[in-house]
Design a protein around this ligand. Structure first.
Ligand code: HEM
Length: 421
C-alpha cells in the first residue's frame, strides 16, 4: 500500500459509528482505496460511482449468486440469485406486472390504499380533538403510513386479504431482518417465511385450479421452459414480491419526509408545486436510498486499480458510496432537488444518461435492476402528496432525533407534529 494513503481501521465496518454514518469512511475509501478488501470478512468494497456502475453491468465478471446466501437462505431460491438465461426467464414472469399499462391500472389501487390509511388516521385524530381539545396533531410517518401503504398495495397485487394486514405487517420485517441479521434474526426470519408459506399453500392450489387476475394466480400457472414452477419456487417468488414490495418502499417514504422537512425551503417549494415531488423522490434515491449496496461474487480475477479481486471473492457494490461520489455529484452530502448534475428523468438501467448526467443507483443497475421501480416511485409520490394535503405545517416532533434510515434491523420511527387549525 502506498505510504501516503490514509489507513482504514477495518474495525470501523462492524462499528455502531459506521452503521449510523458510513459516509466519512466511504469517502476515505473512494479517495484512497477505491477497491478495498475488508480483512475480517474478505469482502471487497467498490465505492466510486463509475466502478459501481461498471460492476453492476459486468455480468461476465460478477455474479448475483450471493443473493442466495442472504435472501435465498430465508425465502428459498429466487431470480435474484440467478445469472444469465435462468434469471431472464423468471424475471420475464414478473417484470411486466409493474410497468406500463399494468402499472397504470395499479395507480388507483395505490390511491385507494393511501386514502384508506388517511381516513383511518384522520378519524383517530378527530376523536382525539373531540376528547382532549387538542391543538396539535401527531403522526408517526413510519408506523401510521410508510410501513402500511406499500404492504397494502402488494397485498392487493397478490390478492391477499387486507383483513390479515397485521399478520403480514409482522412477517415482512422479520423476513427482511432474517436476510440481514445474525443467527437469531435469521431463525426468526426463516420462521416467519415458513408461516407465510404455510398460509399460501392452499391458496396456490386454489389459484392454480381457478386462476384469477392477480399475481399469485399468474405465478401459480406460469411456465418456465414449458413446465410449471414447483410449489416451492412459487412460494419463494411470493416471498420476494411481498418483501421487496413492502420493505424498501417504506424507507423511501420515510426518507423523503425526513429530507423535505430537514430542508424547509425545499419543503415549501414542493408544497407550492407538488409536481416537484418527482424530483424530490429522485434526489432522495441518490442521497439516502433504502438499499446501501448489493453483493456480487467475482467470477474471474478482476484487476482494478493496483489490486486484483480474486475469482470467488465476495464484492460489495456500494450504492451509498457511488451516490455520494464527489467525482460525479457536487456537494454530494447536500439534499438538493434542484441540483443540475443528477439525471431526473425516468430511471435508467445504465448509469449515465446520453446527456452526460448521472442517474442515482438506488434501484441497482443492469440485469437485476429493480422490477418495482415505477411502483415504488408512484407509491411514495401519491402517498406523500395525499398526506401533505391533510397536514398543516408538519414538523419533526420536538424532543425526537429523526434520522434517515436504510435497511437495517433496529426499530425505527419518524414522529411528526402538525397544526390542526
Ligand atoms: C424504493 C423502493 C425500492 C428499492 C430501493 C429497491 C431496490 C432494489 C435493488 C437495489 C435491486 C437490485 C438487486 C440486485 O442487483 O441484486 C432490486 C431488485 C428487485 N426489486 Fe426492488 N426496490 C424497491 C421497490 C421494489 C418494489 C415495490 C418491488 C415489487 C414490486 C420490487 C421488486 C424487486 C424485485 C423482484 C427485484 C429483483 C430483480 C432481479 O433480480 O432481476 N422492488 N430492488
Amino acid at each position: 500500500m502506498a505510504a501516503n494513503r490514509p489507513e482504514i481501521d477495518p474495525e470501523i465496518f462492524t462499528s455502531a459509528e459506521y452503521a449510523a454514518n458510513p459516509y466519512p469512511t466511504l469517502k476515505l475509501l473512494r479517495d484512497h482505496h477505491p477497491v478495498y478488501e475488508i480483512p475480517q470478512t474478505g469482502i471487497w468494497m467498490i465505492s466510486r460511482y463509475d466502478d459501481v456502475v461498471n460492476a453492476f453491468k459486468d455480468t461476465e465478471n460478477f455474479s448475483a449468486s450471493p443473493n442466495g446466501l442472504s435472501i435465498g437462505a430465508v425465502f428459498g431460491p429466487t431470480l435474484m440469485e440467478y445469472d444469465g438465461n435462468e434469471h431472464t426467464k423468471l424475471r420475464n414472469i414478473v417484470a411486466p406486472e409493474f410497468v406500463g399499462l399494468k402499472l397504470k391500472a395499479l395507480l388507483p389501487v395505490v390511491a385507494q390504499n393511501a386514502m384508506a390509511l388517511i381516513e383511518k388516521f384522520t378519524a383517530t385524530h378527530a376523536r382525539r380533538i373531540a376528547e382532549t381539545a387538542a391543538e396539535t396533531g401527531e403522526i408517526d410517518i413510519v408506523d401510521d403510513f410508510a410501513t402500511r401503504l406499500p404492504l397494502n398495495v402488494i397485498l392487493d397485487v397478490l390478492d391477499l386479504p387486507q383483513e390479515a394486514h397485521e399478520m403480514f405487517h409482522e412477517w415482512y420485517p422479520s423476513m427482511m431482518n432474517g436476510i440481514n441479521g445474525g443467527p437469531e434474526l435469521r431463525a426468526r426470519g426463516v420462521k416467519a417465511n415458513a408461516e407465510y408459506h404455510a398460509y399460501l399453500d392452499p391458496l396456490i392450489d386454489a389459484r392454480a385450479a381457478e386462476p384469477g387476475d392477480d399475481l399469485l394466480s399468474r405465478l401459480s400457472v406460469a411456465q418456465v421452459d414449458g413446465q410449471r414452477m414447483t410449489k416451492e419456487e412459487i412460494k419463494s417468488f411470493a416471498s420476494l414480491i411481498l418483501v421487496a414490495g413492502a420493505e424498501t418502499t417504506d424507507k423511501a417514504i420515510a426518507n423523503l419526509w425526513y429530507h423535505l422537512l430537514s430542508n424547509p425551503e425545499q419543503w415549501e417549494a414542493v408544497r407550492q408545486n407538488p409536481e416537484l415531488l418527482d424530483r424530490a423522490f429522485t434526489e432522495m434515491m441518490r442521497i439516502h436510498p433504502p438499499a446501501a449496496g448489493q453483493m456480487r461474487r467475482a467470477i474471474n480475477d478482476v484487476p482494478m486499480y493496483d489490486q486484483v479481486i480474486p475469482a470467488g471473492a465476495l464484492v460489495s457494490l456500494s450504492i451509498y458510496g457511488g451516490n455520494r461520489d464527489e467525482r460525479v455529484f457536487g456537494d454530494p452530502d447536500r439534499f438538493d432537488l434542484f441540483r443540475e448534475d443528477l439525471y431526473f428523468g425516468k430511471e435508467l438501467r445504465s448509469g449515465y444518461h446520453q446527456d452526460g448526467k448521472a442517474s442515482h443507483l438506488g434501484f441497482g443497475l443492469g440485469k437485476h435492476f429493480c422490477v418495482g421501480y415505477q411502483l415504488a416511485r408512484a407509491e411514495t409520490i401519491i402517498g406523500t402528496k395525499m398526506l401533505m394535503e391533510v397536514m398543516k405545517n408538519p414538523r419533526f416532533k420536538p424532543g425526537t432525533h429523526p434520522t434517515p434510515i436504510a435497511i437495517r434491523i433496529e426499530p425505527w420511527n419518524l414522529p411528526l407534529e402538525f397544526d390542526l387549525h
